[in-house]
Design a protein around this ligand. Structure first.
Ligand SMILES: C[S@@+](CC[C@H](N)C(=O)[O-])C[C@H]1O[C@@H](n2cnc3c(N)ncnc32)[C@H](O)[C@@H]1O
Length: 338
């Protein structure tokens, strides 16, 4: 018998997200790092909560797979221990905070975005794109959120695609350098350049210095939309979560610039949450597409077949899709310059 239970699950989706967000805001998982267990009464005292909300919060976190029962108390699940403890190598909490503070309330007006086909998180009259910002809160939150998401995506990409044959990577729109840092840590022969807007390069430089990779990862301030060409001297170009920000003509122009900047045999790697070719999912890609309605003017999540066609039209050969499982991408479409 078909029941409306799946619909109730969707209604509860927002409750689940807000439960995660408030637990991250409280620092619950960081406080429970290393296997520490708390009872409801202990959590209530520690977080200054009454017994009733503390009980509900811990039960809800357990129901979402974030905590697990240990005797009379609760402790972090493996998921929370690995990704929600501040300072962990692939800490995901910055993405949770950004989504809570910057996109959650605009999403409340999604009907307006559907009707106007305009973004909700920034004003297209006042700035060129969501990235063109001096807002200190945005600067602090967005690129940290991207780093938080992309550090693990970089790890999954590196497991799925062998960068061993490449020596110099250009990360176009590389943000805070999550991919170059992860890839250069794994591959001692690799060096990398982040191309991004000037205010973003400054954030990348900090991360690169923290990682101790100043000798192998550099930054170039530029504008991939208006600069006539991309920096040369690289045998691989990465576009991670770039093409979903823009419309098809913009993306085709950028792929042509990538082709022109690569030597024969060089590759372009398009790393995204890819829609399936029937355009029925997966939900991570289709809903990220809806998020592009909230956050961009012309972006959307495209299918692997669309990227493959654009790459072929730009002159790339041996175009193939490499699937994997990560928060910022479920695959990469790779093409080679003949
Ligand atoms: C969604 S983020 C992706 C960041 C990174 N590639 C990742 O996956 O973590 C998009 C990036 O493109 C950069 N960007 C946007 N417009 C740009 C432009 N016109 N020129 C250079 N970089 C740009 C932004 O500053 C931002 O870092």
């Amino acid at each position: 018998m078909i029941t409306p239970t799946p619909l109730m699950r969707l209604v509860a989706g927002v409750w689940g997200f807000k439960t995660l967000a408030v637990a991250v805001e409280l620092g619950l998982f960081t406080r429970l790092a290393g296997g520490r267990t708390v009872t409801v009464d202990e959590a209530a005292a520690e977080f200054g909560l009454a017994e009733r909300p503390a009980d509900m919060l811990l039960a809800a976190c357990a129901s979402l797979g974030l905590l697990e029962k240990a005797g009379a108390g609760y402790r972090n699940s493996d998921l929370a221990e690995q990704f929600l403890v501040e300072g962990a190598p692939y800490y995901f909490g910055a993405q949770v905070r950004y989504s809570d503070l910057r996109t959650y309330l605009p999403w409340h007006r999604i009907g307006e975005a559907l009707r106007t086909d305009r973004p909700l998180t920034w004003d297209p009259q006042a700035q060129d794109s969501m990235f063109d910002t001096a807002d200190p809160a945005m600067l602090a939150q967005f690129w940290d959120a991207m780093y938080s998401t992309s550090s693990f995506t970089a790890r999954a990409l590196a497991d799925a695609y062998d960068f061993g044959g490449h020596e110099r990577l250009l990360d176009v729109g590389g943000g805070a350098a999550a991919f170059p840092i992860e890839l250069c840590r794994r591959l001692p022969h690799l060096s990398a350049t982040v191309l991004d807007l000037p205010h973003v390069c400054a954030r990348a430089e900090d991360r690169i210095a923290e990682a101790g990779l100043g000798g192998r990862v550099g930054t170039v301030a530029g504008d991939f939309l208006t600069d006539p060409q991309l920096p040369g001297g690289h045998d691989a170009i990465l576009l991670s979560m770039i093409l979903h920000d823009w419309d098809e003509p913009t993306n085709r122009a950028l792929l042509a610039k990538c082709h022109a900047a690569l030597p024969a045999g060089g590759v372009v790697v398009v790393c995204e949450l890819l829609l399936n070719d029937e355009r029925t999912g997966p939900p991570e890609a289709a809903l990220m597409g809806m998020n592009m309605l909230v956050e961009t003017e012309g972006g959307r999540n495209y299918s692997g077949a669309e990227y493959a066609a654009w790459l072929a039209d730009a002159g790339f050969v041996d175009v193939r899709t490499v699937p994997f499982d990560a928060p910022g991408a479920n695959g990469a479409v790779v093409g080679r310059r003949a």
